[in-house]
Design a binder for this molecule. Structure first.
Ligand SMILES: C[S@@+](CC[C@H](N)C(=O)[O-])C[C@H]1O[C@@H](n2cnc3c(N)ncnc32)[C@H](O)[C@@H]1O
Length: 343
């Protein structure tokens, strides 16, 4: 089984790991080791398939194929590596996690690869730092050295132009695109499948879902929010089904067991109309309504504030908890993340 190295977003290693597992689902990710934001894992997936899967990721920074594990950087050890995966022009990158290790090894480590290519290909190889065909990555961690082929990296500025303040219709509750995409990914919806956000607000979740090829459906109790979501979706060229409605009555708008995934961020307080007698009643009613319309075996991902005891309202006979975690926003607010699977 291929052996991969991943670098996850420092914002939350746990959410990055969960996103990785969700993107590969139903394939399994076999975690081998984790150190800081680096993860070594096995998965039954080709490099090419993984590369296209990761294009939609939010909390994953890069991926590399582990080619070989070495015990030292001596020439004798380096000569054990089969460098035939290297295409010219290439470059060498070193991530040195040992405190006292040499700082710049890149040129030194490129030398034996250069010699190998020259000897085996009969052409003078080239090194290119700006446009290499192969990036050979050495991850140095105490006595272990992982020789890797880095094959995917998250695009810089991936969310540029979609931050809440950059959208035509802004609302203080608008979710950042990085979190919105993470929520969509945690719901495990695939391209072409329906993704419902029943508290859609200005449409942040729907936009991210539409941009990765899902079929977004948004509901909000507030007519103004639905019209704001429409303006925002049009701005990014995303088509979605939008309805003014109550998230506690989803069965009124959808057939039973018809939705492929739910990703949502319900209200944090009662400052607006919530269509329920209390915040607790809203969450309880929503889980029960979501159960009716979601397909069996499919997932619901939700972000909510720490002071809502959402888990208390989940009927364990209907849902299994896939995972939960939290992320501090500021002194007074911690966001909880919960993923459920319909039994
Ligand atoms: C935290 S905001 C969602 C923000 C959204 N994720 C965004 O990025 O714009 C919660 C939304 O839920 C809506 N809402 C409140 N109660 C509702 C209910 N019972 N059914 C549907 N929508 C409701 C509110 O109008 C508000 O727009």
């Amino acid at each position: 089984m291929p052996f991969f190295l991943f670098k996850l977003s420092g914002e939350s290693i746990e959410l990055g790991l969960q996103e990785l597992g969700a993107l590969l689902w139903p394939k399994k990710l076999e975690l081998v080791e984790q150190f800081g934001s680096f993860v070594l894992a096995k998965a039954k997936i080709s490099e090419q398939a993984l590369k296209s899967t990761l294009e939609r990721s939010s909390f994953i920074k890069f991926a590399a194929l582990v080619v070989r594990k070495l015990n030292s950087l001596l020439l004798e050890e380096l000569s054990k590596v089969n460098w035939s995966f290297v295409e010219s022009p290439f470059c060498v990158r070193v991530i040195n996690l040992t405190e006292h290790g040499p700082l710049s090894l890149e040129a030194k480590l490129a030398a034996p690869i250069y010699d190998y290519l020259w000897h085996h290909r009969g052409k003078i190889p080239k090194v290119s730092l700006s446009a290499p065909k192969t990036i050979v990555l050495f991850l140095i961690r105490e006595k272990d050295i992982f020789v890797c082929k880095k094959f995917w990296e998250s695009k810089k500025g991936k969310f540029a132009g979609r931050e809440p303040a950059q959208k035509p219709v802004f609302h203080p509750t608008s979710l950042k695109p990085k979190l919105a995409l993470l929520l969509v990914n945690l719901s495990r919806v695939k391209k072409g499948q329906s993704l419902l956000d029943p508290f859609c607000g200005t449409g942040s979740v729907l936009i991210e879902a539409g941009l990765i090829g899902c079929k977004p459906i948004g509901i909000d109790l507030d007519e103004k929010m639905i019209s704001g979501a429409k303006t925002n979706l049009d701005f990014y060229g995303v088509k979605a089904k939008l309805l003014v409605g109550n998230a506690l009555e989803l069965q009124k708008y959808f057939k039973p067991n018809s939705i492929d995934g739910i990703a949502t961020d319900p209200p944090y307080g009662r400052s607006t109309k919530i269509g329920a007698k209390s915040l607790n009643a809203l969450y309880k009613g929503f889980f029960s309504s979501a159960f009716k319309v979601l397909k069996k075996g499919k997932f619901l991902s939700i972000i909510y504030p720490h002071y809502v005891p959402a888990k208390k309202f989940i009927d364990k006979a209907k849902w299994s908890v896939v995972f939960e975690t939290q992320m501090k926003v500021h002194g007074g607010l911690t966001r909880k993340f919960l993923v459920l699977q319909k039994r």
